[in-house]
Structure formats: structure tokens, C-alpha cells
Design a protein around this ligand. Sequence first.
Ligand code: VG1
Ligand code: CO
Length: 543
Amino acid sequence: MTITTHQTTPYAGQKPGTSGLRKKVRVFAQPGYAENFIQAVFDVVERAPGSTLVIGGDGRYHNRTVIQQAIRMAAANGYGQVLVGQGGILSTPAASNVIRRYKASGGLILSASHNPGGPDEDFGIKYNIANGGPAPEGVTESIYARTQTIDRWLAVDADDIDLDTCGSVDVGGCQVSVIDPVADYADLMETLFDFAAIRAAVADGLTMAFDAMHAVTGPYATEILEKRLGFAPGTVRHGVPLEDFGGHHPDPNMVHAKALFDTMFGPDAPDFGAASDGDGDRNLIVGKGRFITPSDSLAMLAANAHLAPGYARGLAGIARSMPTSAAADRVAEALGIPAYETPTGWKFFGNLLDAGMATICGEESAGTGSDHVREKDGLWAVLLWLNILAVRKISVDELAREHWAKYGRNYYARHDYEGLPTEQADALIAALNGKLASLPGQSFGPLTVAAADSFSYLDPVDGSTSANQGLRVLFEGGSRIVFRLSGTGTEGATLRVYLERYEPADGYLDRETSDMLADLIAAADAVAGIVAHTGRTAPDVIT
Ligand code: VG1
Ligand code: CO
């Protein structure tokens, strides 16, 4: 088969953000745009000749086009085998599992996760390394550097393959196998959780609603929840993946999963509600009349994980991203295990997991996972919750109240200001950065600043440092505000303001979060000048 060398010139701005390269579809659809990036990956990543590459995506618009091209390019670049999910579909955690299980040298995950999809919306490409996790910063920096000098990309001359039928075909000397995207993942889940106990609870009347948001998790949730665990047909809602997610944002939060919230706070609520995002790595947990923040979910899962067979041996440590609330730290302390605080983005957990230093990890953005793969995993969190509820035979609300009565409660919210002009957002951060040193001792309403800094992470495993990972304003008494700019958007800037207040076990444990955070919300504007810099008087999204 002929390998064709296509001449090209660099595109500016092919810099991976928090989670891969994300741009509008029309940007990705420019001639050679995706090809340049994929070739840059192939040029720099570690791989032996004849290695295996995994390719999967969240089913969004433009997925199939890029997959077909990536297959031709992988063949021309010396890969011996390509594993691709049927229909081009692999959830992000399932792709991580396939990479690990089949000892691939890495994988391309085609997703923009929670961002909307369609011809005028977003697309993304992320490279994962041989451990199944997102490429660490050193690798993404080399990929970016390569995109800036790239002058050719390689592809074999071959037709598109049939992505919808499982089986193997030869493409230019490379074996391309279309695999069942669900089976290996569902089998892995059966090794971690007590399916028999969950099935018994379902037979006993446990009910749930799962909103797949017309994204990648639908087939996984249908197989696992309805077929293997026996939840009633219809438990999985919006279960068919659509290229535009039915016109919605596949972001499982109170705004975009509102229908699920309405169900869970309505008169006929099932016992348990959950949702996942575009690529299946996030989770939303909501009990009957009780929302569980992702930070609390991490803490509650860690405190009860030993009830699931896969974690009966206990946890080595718990890791959370810096903006995630400290609720999990209290559990780690009680368990006598280390707690780690990393920058935002799953790529920072990989080393801790590989080194066996952490077993469970989580982010406030609805990402939770463990050492079973190297990505956050939406259905994993749902199944661990179900396992715990089945064994404990209590409701989500009871479990939450019991947890707070023991550890205290970290009231928590994130306020997002979306679509800001980049200059405005940069100016706000620069101004705040400039005055951090003068903040300690200053008071904002009843709150007095104890410390303020720009978060920098020293990776305890490889010794690398990642600076400028968010501005922290810590108040006396344990409350704090974190400011950072999103690294996953495709238009303008998004300012994220993370608010946290700790209430001890003998304090107010069941108040409205917005009331409990009112002083912090006022302080956030006073300290950072949000209204003055942006003209915005309220956030676009509160999670
Ligand atoms: C956001 C979240 C972060 C998460 C990332 C990828 O990043 O805050 O916690 O890891 O999305 O999640 P940012 O830079 O926009 O704050 V996913 O599910 O979109 O791959
Ligand atoms: Co995601």
C-alpha cells in the first residue's frame, strides 16, 4: 500500500488545554488541521514499531471523519494494530480500559466532553499514554511544540472502513479491529462491585433514573443498569448517543440536567438519580430530594468504598484537585491515609495512581475515579454509590446526613462567568495576582484573609512543577475562594470562582448552600472586582 506524504504548514494555537485540544468543529474541519495535530502526536510520543493504538470518541459530530483519517495515518506511521470502538464510540473511561487491557502504546480520544456538539459547536482530540491516562504536561508540551514546526503528514491511500461492524480488516499492513465498546468495560465493573447485592436491592424495590444526555454513556448504562443489574426498562433516559446531544450541553449539572433534578425533587422521585457527560467520565449524583456535591460525593465514596469488593482491601490514599473541597481530606485523616492536592485536570492523578500512592481521586467538576483505569469514570461512581446503598440499606439523604454529622460539612459552590472577553478575564486575574501578597490580614465583611497564593504543584513522583494553577484566598476558620480560568472552552474565557465554607459537625449541617456562602460570594467580588472587571453582576452557571 502506498504511503502518501502530504505537505502542510503549521496552524497557530494547537495547544492542548486542561483536557486535550478543543476547538470549534469549523476550526477542526480546516484542511490538514486534525491531521497536523495527529501527526504531531505520532511524531513525538513513545511507541515501539508495530504498537497498538486505540481510537474512540464520544459520538459527536465530525467523529467519524477524523477517525477514518486517523486510521489511515496510524497505518502510515507504523502502528501494527488499531482498536476502534464500534460506531467510533468509546467512552473516555472505556478507552482508558482498552488501552490498558490490550497493552496499547496509547490512544486518541475524540471528544470535547461536556461541551456542546454539532456543526457549529465543539470538537476535541486528546492523547492518552500507555497507562491509559491523559498525556502528562511534558508530553502535551512536546506535541504542541511539534505542531508549530510540522511540515508534512503521512497517510496510506485506503478507503474508509466499516465502523459499524465488529471485526478486523487490513489497512495498509495495519490490522484495524472494530471492537464492542461496552463489553470489556462492563466486565471490569463486575470485578469491582457487588452486582449480586445491587440486583437484590433492585428486586427489593430500589429504583433509579439515569440521564445519559444523548451522549456516550447510553449504551453502557443500558447494558449495565438495565440488563445486568435489572433496573426497569426506561431507567436510562436519553440513552441513544446523538451527534449533537439532542441540541443540549451534555454537562451533568443543575442547569443542563434540569429534567433529572425536577424528577428527583418531584413527588414521584426514584431512590437514586444520576447522569453523565458527553464522554462518560463525569457523574452527577442526586438522591430523592438531596443533591450531593461532587466534592461531597468523593468524600462519601472514599469513606464507604471498603463495602465494594474491589476496594475491600482499603485505600492507599485519596487525591483531589485543588479547587475541590477539603471534605475528602477529613475522610483521609480519619482513615489514617494520605490526602493529595493536585492541579485541575485528571492528568495530574496519573503518577499518584501508577505509584500506588492514591486509590480514589476526584474533582469538584463531577469527576471521580480510581486506580481501575486512568481516567475519571462516571458510571464507576454511580455503581459505587449503588453498591454502598445496597449494602448499607439507607437512602442517599440518610447517608449524607450521617457523613456530615461525623465529619462536618463543606458547603460548596462554583460560580462560572462564561464567554468573557479574554482581555477582561486576564486583567482580572493579573490584578488579583498582583495584590495577593497584600491580602493577609485584610477583612471582607466578617471574613479575614489568613493567606493568599497562586497554587503551584510539585509532583511527588516525578519531581515536575506546575505553576499558576489557580489563585487561592484562604480565610481564617477554613473558608476559601479559588479563582481560575477554564482551560476547556473554545470561545472567549470562562472565569471559575470556587467557594467553600467548612461547618463543623456540631454546626449548621442542613442549611441552604447559597445562604451559607453569602459572605464568601460578597467577598469574592470585593477581592477580585468581578463586577468592575467584567460588568457581570451574576454568574451564568452555578454548580
Ligand atoms: C474542566 C474541569 C476540570 C476537568 C476538565 C475536563 O476544566 O474544571 O476539573 O478535569 O474540565 O473534564 P476547566 O479547565 O474548564 O476548568 V471533561 O469531563 O470536560 O474532559
Ligand atoms: Co468529560
